[in-house]
Structures are given as structure tokens and as C-alpha cells.
Design a protein around this ligand. Structure first.
Ligand code: UFG
Length: 343
């Protein structure tokens, strides 16, 4: 059934890819974004790829009046809530901004949904809620132990969603804990284009490859992992986007809060990712080893079983495709969506 979906943070990396998947599958999409870490160019590219326009509202979720106006203007069936700050290192430096944006934005959104009778929500959570754990792979019943403010905001949002569901039993909420989304749409038209110097490893590497940055800092080579660098479960952003599309179809299976990992079930170290990306680029990536980044953990890998058992869904794209597609986007758009470099 086609649905009208409000996508918060729809101009962002995962948001823009999800908009394309939703539009491709016949849903109507409305985007709200404050462009704090994204660009209107992403929404233009989404419209070009989908071959149809979509309503775009520039607003901060904490602006209740703006949010009310959006809910009043559109008949919204469901919300997919991406809009948030998302960098571990940055969250250690500006924790209060993280709590304000991520938790404040989610509360304002829930209030607006409640006031306008919208009961269905897919929430963007994170594998980082698991924190430092000796156990991989991680399943959804493993205890949360966030190690940094960013991860804590995601964990607190999950808890407040659980409490909201207990109070309002008509709510259906799915929290998707993504592992590390990378890659880009295979067209090369949309991809990851953070404002300023990238915080995450793949966009940093990609900007080194096009000469915008000199070398990749590798944060620590003394972790208890096979090559000493951090291990993550990288997942293709189009798989993440597809996971949201499928979650939307399953919102009515059950009321209350349900939590699912979105990951591949296998991990790669920073050096392994760099080797794969270098082979997509056809040239080595200059790097230097630096100290560990505060708040980082050695390894995070998903147990991807729950989502497969529940929905028969699993990822289909491997690390080579992630790197090839990320490089395709960066090569076509060396300065991202803007005509001139932002760094
Ligand atoms: N890393 C580097 N150099 C960098 C950046 C990162 O070596 O310049 C290392 C990190 O130490 C870590 C790995 O690369 O071992 C991945 O780091 P990212 O910053 O790319 O991603 P995180 O694992 O910190 O994950 C965070 C959030 C996730 C989110 C992901 C992508 O916790 O929820 O960013 O946005 F999915």
C-alpha cells in the first residue's frame, strides 16, 4: 500500500537514499531537514533520480510551530526519523548539543505526531548503543552500554520511545540499529557529502582519494583485533535504505517498540576497508597511524538474524560494492553537491 511518509533528515546521507527507495516503490515522501550537515543538492538529486518532485521543508525539529505546520499541511501515514547529529568524536566535544538536537528533536517530533494523530514511526538508532563489549556478533537482546554522548542519545531515544509506547498503546515504532552505513547510490548521483571535515572513515578516505585531504588518520593500531585497527560491520547505504522501506511495510505487524539490527554480520578493519577502497580507486590511500579516538570501541559486528527471521530480509551488497559505489559518487562529485570545496 502506498503511504505518505515524512522523512526527517531526508537530505542527509541515509535519508536521501531512503527517499529514493520509497519513491521508487510508489510512496509519497515529504522531507524536513535543517541542512546542518546536509545540502539541498541532495534533495534535487533525489528528485532527478526518482523522476518526480517532493515537498521539502527547511526546519529544525525543535521548532514546534514549524513542525505543526508540516503536520497540518500533509496527511502523514508514517514518519521515518533520521534527523540527528551522528559523529562519535564530535559528541565528546559538544555533548550538550548532541543531547539537545537528538533527544530534543525526538521529543518534539513525538509530541507533534501525537497531536496530529500519527501513530507509526521508524527510528534511526545505532549499533553504538551496544558500546564496549567483549562479544561479537551482537544481538538485540545484548545489554546496551553506550560509551559516548552520541551513543547515549540513541539509547535514551530508544528508552523514551519504549515509554511513549507504554503510555500510548496505539503507537507502532521500529528502531533500526544500523551498523556502519557507507557506499552510495550506484548511479553516483547521491552519496555521502558531510559539511566540513568528515568525521567518519569512508568519506574521509574518499576526500583523500580526490586530493581534498592529505592523508587518512587511522585512529589506533593497538586494539585487540587481528591487525590492531578498529573493526566495524560496514553496510551498503542502499541496503540500509531498503531496510527502511521494508520496515514501513511491517509497522502494522505489532504495536509497541521493536528493535532490529541492520548489519551484514561480518566485520572489516580500518586497514581492510582502506585496501578495498584503494582497489576501487586504483591507487593507494596515504595514511598515518594516530592515537585512539576517545569514545571508540575495538569491534562492532551485527548478529543480523532477527530481521531475517522476522521479515525474510537481509543485505545483498558486499564491501567491494560499497567501496566502488562510494568512489563512483566521489569521482563524479569531487566537491560533493556544491560547486566549490567546503573544506
Ligand atoms: N576511523 C579512523 N579514521 C577516521 C575516522 C574513523 O581510523 O578518520 C576509524 C574509527 O576509529 C573506527 C572506524 O574507523 O574504528 C569507523 O569509524 P566511523 O567514525 O566511520 O564510525 P563509528 O564506528 O564511529 O560509527 C559512527 C556511529 C554509527 C554510524 C557511523 C556512521 O557510531 O552509528 O558512525 O555514521 F553508523
Amino acid at each position: 500500500m502506498p503511504q505518505t511518509v515524512l522523512v526527517t533528515g531526508g537530505a542527509g546521507f541515509i535519508g536521501s537514499h531512503t527517499c529514493v527507495e520509497l519513491l521508487k516503490h510508489g510512496h509519497e515522501v515529504i522531507v524536513v531537514d535543517n541542512f546542518s550537515n546536509s545540502s539541498p543538492g541532495a534533495v534535487e538529486a533525489v528528485q532527478k533520480l526518482a523522476g518526480r518532485p517532493l515537498p521539502l521543508h527547511e526546519a529544525d525539529l525543535r521548532d514546534r510551530a514549524a513542525l505543526d505546520a508540516i503536520f497540518a499541511e500533509h496527511e502523514i501515514d508514517a514518519v521515518i526519523h533520521f534527523a540527528a547529529k551522528k559523529a562519535v568524536g564530535e559528541s565528546m566535544k559538544i555533548p550538550l548539543e548532541y543531547f539537545d538536537t537528538n533527544i530534543g528533536g525526538t521529543i518534539a517530533l513525538l509530541r507533534a505526531m501525537n497531536d496530529h494523530g500519527v501513530r507509526r514511526l521508524v527510528f534511526s538508532s545505532s549499533c553504538s548503543v551496544y558500546g564496549e563489549t567483549p562479544k561479537v556478533p551482537l544481538n538485540e537482546d545484548d545489554p546496551a552500554a553506550p560509551t559516548n554522548p552520541y551513543a547515549r542519545t540513541k539509547h535514551i531515544c530508544e528508552q523514551l520511545l519504549g515509554d511513549a509506547c507504554a503510555r500510548y498503546p496505539e503507537l507502532s515504532v521500529i528502531a533500526l540499529r544500523y551498523f556502519n552505513p557507507i557506499g552510495a547510490h550506484p548511479s553516483g548521483e547521491i552519496g555521502e557529502d558531510p559539511n566540513g571535515v568528515p568525521n567518519n572513515v569512508l568519506p574521509y578516505m574518499a576526500q583523500v582519494a580526490v586530493g581534498r585531504l592529505a592523508e587518512l588518520p587511522v585512529f589506533g593500531d593497538d586494539y585487540p583485533t587481528p591487525d590492531g585497527t578498529g573493526v566495524r560491520d560496514y553496510i551498503h547505504v542502499v541496503d540500509v535504505a531498503d531496510g527502511h522501506r521494508v520496515a514501513l511495510d511491517h509497522l502494522d505487524d505489532e504495536r509497541g517498540l521493536r528493535v532490529f539490527n541492520l548489519g551484514t554480520g561480518s566485520g572489516a578493519s580500518v586497514l581492510e576497508l582502506m585496501a578495498e577502497f584503494a582497489s576501487a580507486v586504483g591507487a593507494p590511500i596515504p595514511y598515518r597511524v594516530e592515537a585512539r579516538r576517545p569514545g571508540d570501541v575495538p569491534a562492532l559486528i551485527a548478529d543480523a538474524g532477527r530481521v531475517e527471521r522476522a521479515w525474510g530480509w537481509r543485505t545483498t551488497r558486499d564491501l567491494a560494492a560499497m567501496c566502488a559505489d562510494a568512489w563512483h559518487f566521489q569521482r563524479l562529485h569531487p566537491t560533493g553537491y556544491s560547486a566549490s570545496p567546503t573544506v
